[in-house]
Design a protein around this ligand. Structure first.
Ligand SMILES: *Cc1c(COP(=O)(O)O)cnc(C)c1O
Length: 415
């Protein structure tokens, strides 16, 4: 690596690999080495690197109009909102666009606070508290670190923004007991990513819905990582529910980011058209003129690109492909006997491999495995101390998966 890296603030523990080119599931570094990229920008490269559908959408739109202000009516943004509402959530509602997952969750929290003003507590005081869950991750801004249960994300940044409280994930009784008069919303990852790939159970999902109905709370899903086909359905909550014979859920709001733009920054939320209690407004109309905004959010360029990607995911049935590949991977790994992998969890192409063994050199077990695999030509992402994630492009081939499985099997042997 060149000395110019000394000019970067050291907030990432960067690996000494300099990517210079990508194609599909493959990435090349500056030394000409080739890697199977199952990190995919942390679940971002939905169609892999430099997919022709993306390149064409970018090229064509870049020649017409790249950016203009949300002062005007951006047709491409409206088309993307229509697709996400009608073809993804499939419930009446509306969308807002920003530039990242943290920003999308910020918008959800602001929506919840407005809801708590429209529908206050019995004594008339506004409700504001958002409950989040153990091992959650919602972003790196001041509000979203306060929403994030993982202590390491908040360390050193006190005082934290008030209005959040943590409840154990997948614990219906703890959830029921946690509601207080200030509570106005629940924010949940249906499949937790950074927290180690934890799938919400059917019982928990049912409890979320019941508690929201009983206490007039907003049910908000953080689908930044698990949404848009990654776990085998355009809606991560539907995949999680279906995997456990669970309930049909109707969230009030959803956030997306990572896979939405395939690598071009975009975040977004969807909010329901149902009426806000105690108000003549729909929930989707609470964020009215002047309440929220984003200079870059939903530009013609990124909206066109995101729509092209999401159409491709639908047309090529990539969510179903994710289910098939996920099941195949789990089946293969279950036959391994001599590796440091003790199990696989997750859904579709959002999978966590559980590791056993001893960590050395001040690294976590997952950090150590990540380095060994990179040296062997496979890129993965740690999730906590003893889980590594596979988040390959949704159009990854069976042949590429077989190559990655072979690398895992021969590299992560028992010590
Ligand atoms: C990555 C992630 C975020 C934060 O997204 P950024 O684009 O990094 O701000 C929020 N929630 C979940 C579930 C994520 O995986």
């Amino acid at each position: 690596m060149k000395a110019s890296f000394d000019y970067l603030i050291p907030n990432y523990a960067r690996l000494p690999m300099v990517p210079v080119r990508g194609e599909g599931s493959w990435l090349w570094d500056a030394d000409g080495r080739r890697y199977l990229d199952f990190a995919a920008g942390v679940a971002v490269n939905t169609l892999g690197h430099c997919n022709p559908v993306m390149v064409q959408a970018l090229h064509e739109q870049a020649q017409k109009l790249i950016h203009c202000s949300n002062l005007y009516s951006i047709q491409e943004q409206a088309e993307l909102a229509r697709f996400l509402t009608d073809e993804v959530v499939e419930e009446p509602g509306k969308c807002f666009f920003c530039n990242s997952g943290a920003e999308a969750n910020e918008a959800l929290v602001k929506l919840a606070r407005l809801y708590g003003n429209a529908a206050p507590a019995a004594d008339g005081s506004p409700r504001y508290e958002v409950l989040t869950f153990s091992k959650s991750f919602h972003g790196r801004t001041l509000a979203t670190i306060a929403a994030t249960e993982q202590e390491k994300v908040r360390q050193g940044f006190a005082p934290y923004m008030p209005g959040f409280r943590y409840v154990p994930f997948n614990d219906p009784d703890a959830l029921r007991a946690a509601i207080q008069k200030e509570t106005v919303a629940l924010l949940v990852e249906p499949v937790q990513g950074e927290g180690g790939i934890n799938v919400a159970t059917a019982k928990f999902l049912s409890a979320l819905q019941e508690v929201c109905a009983e206490h007039d709370l907003l049910l908000m899903f953080d689908e930044v990582q698990c949404g848009l086909g990654r776990v085998g359905h355009p809606c991560g909550w539907k995949a999680a529910a279906a995997a456990d014979g669970g309930p049909e859920l109707k969230p009030d709001a959803v956030s997306w980011a990572k896979g939405l733009g395939g690598g071009f920054p975009i975040g977004g939320i969807w909010a329901t058209d149902r009426a806000a209690t105690g108000s003549n407004k729909k929930v989707s109309d609470l964020l009215g003129p002047g309440t929220h905004g984003s200079t870059f959010g939903g530009s013609p360029l990124v909206s066109t690109l995101a729509l092209a990607i999401q159409r491709e995911v639908k047309d090529k049935k990539l969510a179903a492909h994710a289910v098939e590949m996920g099941d195949y991977i789990k089946k293969e790994v279950s036959t391994w006997t001599d590796t440091a992998i003790t199990g696989v969890r997750g859904l579709g192409l959002m999978l966590g491999f559980l590791l056993q063994g001893e960590a050395h050199d001040g690294l976590t077990l997952s950090g150590q495995a990540q380095r060994k695999l990179m040296a062997a030509g496979l890129l993965v992402v740690p999730a906590g101390a003893d889980v590594i994630r596979w988040l390959p492009p949704l159009n990854v081939s069976r042949d590429e998966i077989n190559q990655a499985l072979e690398i895992m099997k021969t590299t992560l042997t028992k010590d």
